[in-house]
Design a protein. Structure first.
Lengths: 121, 228
């Protein structure tokens, strides 16, 4: 269970950015999460709610975009989505394919913040 | 108050990744080959590492080890019997090692003294896969007493490793280890991953492992010299 560590890292990055932007509070945090990131989504949601208490992110919503596992197939010469993370094999032609193109993401993409109008004007 | 969108585009583990990149650079400059050993608890990491340290020292290499554990320094004490410098990193409940911890613990070591530095990670096949420690090689251990389907249960760990070592091969028959199934599963989650089969206790396959380390060190130093 390292989702708490992950949540703390996420909150640190988000809080710094929110603070720098003069945010009064954070509404939503958008995260890209690859299915091969090794992070369990449910555990992350739970850790997020607990760890945001007392921060600028308290009460904010964590919005997660799941990213499927996509590899490059050397035979088909194109990117293919793997139906399972347990088999690195092209679902079209059966060639072993281990060049990951997408699916390991653990990235804070965007945040929706609330700021005082006077500061942003 | 009005809502506003902020674009961030930052990896959540970017701080660890940056520290790890810095460590990798330092290891390269010091010409020390660093390995990160991962496995589930009880797979035999400490016994394997102990024999590895002894074997490398007999071949004339200078070695050191960092050992991560949730609690206790029992493993460090066992490893120190090999005569190599060993430090225990007690993570106090943290389920993995992070680059920051490595940086702190190697602070007073002159890395240029060493040929190999082993990092024995916390016994866990999930969390350590996300944390780069600046290692040149990640080695995952799988013991014959575990299920052959471990690779299928923890694909990111086995995928991110450069080598798989099947340990406790001396008792494979007694525990009805299905060797072919294990190899097939490894190949499924990491096509082409090299696999070694060893018993540290009975000294089976250890020579091949030490030969591999010697070769990797030589190749590592050849590359580093070219880029200098």
């Amino acid at each position: 269970m390292h989702e708490l560590s992950i949540a703390l890292n996420l909150i640190e990055i988000a809080e710094t950015a929110a603070h720098n932007a003069g945010a009064a509070r954070v509404e939503t945090v958008y995260l890209k999460l690859g299915v091969f990131s090794g992070v369990v989504k449910e555990a992350l949601f739970f850790a997020y709610d607990t760890a945001t208490k007392g921060t600028l992110l308290e009460g904010s919503r964590l919005e997660i975009e799941d990213v499927p596992l996509v590899v490059y197939c050397p035979t088909c010469q194109q990117e293919v989505e793997l139906p399972s993370i347990q088999q690195f094999q092209c679902p079209v032609c059966g060639t072993p394919a281990a060049e990951i193109r997408r699916g390991t993401e653990l990235e804070l993409t965007t945040m929706e913040i609330m700021s005082d109008e006077t500061e942003t004007a | 108050m009005k809502p506003r969108l902020l674009e961030i585009k930052q990896g959540v583990l970017s701080k660890n990744d940056e520290l790890a990149a810095g460590l990798r650079q330092r290891f390269a400059e010091a010409q020390v080959f660093v390995l990160n050993l991962v496995s589930s608890p009880g797979a035999g990491k400490t016994t394997f590492l102990q024999q590895t340290l002894v074997g490398l020292r007999q071949r004339g290499y200078s070695v050191a080890a960092l050992v991560g554990d949730l609690e206790t320094d029992n493993d460090a004490q066992r490893l120190a019997q090999s005569g190599a410098p060993v430090k225990q990193i007690v993570t106090a409940g943290n389920c993995h090692l992070e680059a920051q911890m490595i940086e702190t613990f190697i602070e007073d070591w002159d890395l240029t003294r060493f040929d190999f530095l082993f990092i024995e990670n916390v016994g866990n096949l999930v969390c350590p896969s996300s944390y780069d420690l600046g290692e040149a090689m990640r080695v995952v251990l799988l013991s014959t007493t575990e299920g052959e389907d471990k690779p299928l249960k923890y694909p990111p760990m086995f995928f991110s490793s450069d080598l798989a070592v099947i340990t406790k091969i001396d008792i494979a028959d007694a525990v009805e280890f299905d060797r072919q199934a294990a190899l097939t599963n490894l190949e499924r989650v990491h096509p082409g991953i090299p696999v070694l089969e060893v018993s540290a206790k009975k000294d089976i396959g250890m020579e091949a492992w030490l030969d591999l380390l010697a070769q990797r060190l030589e190749a590592f130093r050849a590359v580093e010299t070219v880029t200098d």
